[in-house]
Design a protein around this ligand. Structure first.
Ligand code: ADE
Length: 237
């Protein structure tokens, strides 16, 4: 992770599945501070845009040299990902592609964006988590890691649970409804079939419920109604 705010990751990395995966050596996460590659006495990382306009632009030498330093720490180069609203929209397919890589380098921007030469020199894969503008790429990078590590074997307690997730595998659809105790709550009871012990009937019910929910709420996920994603948000990284 390359960022100006490495401390933003500490709470996230210290919890739950991710902490357990790190402790077990299943994933390794290193944070590099772009500020360490800042220029001059003040470790400057950004400057005003040529041609005028609001905000500050991250300087190319700072970003490129930080990436090169991190790349040199391992024998094989990492796949470089730049988080930006200009990028390809993140979905489960993109997540699966990233999970297949041995090493990822996630580049988080701030301010109005990167000097365009960062893209020309590093040729990163550009990923957006949606058509809205965040204050920086850090939260987007956490979204990417969160989705990717679920696919690393051994990270989830139950190997099957990531394969059964919504959007995974061949079928893009929502998951069926889930219930746990109590059997009745505020007049609402658990569907009888789930209490029946009939595994075939339960599987059939879940399949149909998932499909019905998808038709009702996200029909765009189903083949016949596939819509083109809207164009990515303009401007800002
Ligand atoms: N940085 C700022 N906004 C972003 C977004 N929507 N996705 C990824 N990175 C971003």
């Amino acid at each position: 992770m390359l960022t100006l705010f490495p401390e933003m990751f500490s709470g996230y990395l210290g919890q739950g599945h991710l902490k357990r995966a790190i402790d077990a050596g299943l994933v390794q996460i290193e944070l590099a501070n772009l500020r360490d590659f800042g220029l001059g006495r003040h470790r400057q990382v950004d400057d005003r845009p040529y041609g005028g306009g609001p905000g500050m632009v991250l300087m190319a030498p700072v970003v490129v040299e930080c990436v090169e330093a991190v790349q040199s720490l391992a024998q094989r180069p990492a796949h470089v990902v730049l988080l930006t609203p200009r990028g390809q929209r993140l979905d489960q397919k993109v997540v699966e592609g990233l999970a297949g890589r041995e090493r990822l380098l996630l580049l988080c921007g701030r301010y109005e964006g990167f000097d365009e030469r960062v893209r020309k020199i590093l040729q990163p894969e550009e990923i957006s988590i949606g058509d809205f503008v965040l204050n920086g790429g850090e939260v987007a990078a956490m979204v990417v890691i969160d989705a990717v590590i679920r696919l690393v074997p051994g990270v989830l307690g139950d190997e099957d649970s990531s394969r059964q997730d919504s959007f995974s595998g061949q079928e893009r659809r929502l998951e069926h409804d889930q219930y746990t105790r109590p059997r009745e709550y505020r007049g609402l009871s658990v569907p009888e079939v789930l209490l029946s012990g009939d595994h075939e009937a339960i599987a059939r019910w879940r399949h149909e419920e998932g499909l019905a929910r998808t038709k009702r709420e996200r029909s765009d996920l189903l083949g016949q109604n596939q819509t083109e994603p809207p164009p990515a948000a303009p401007y800002f990284d």
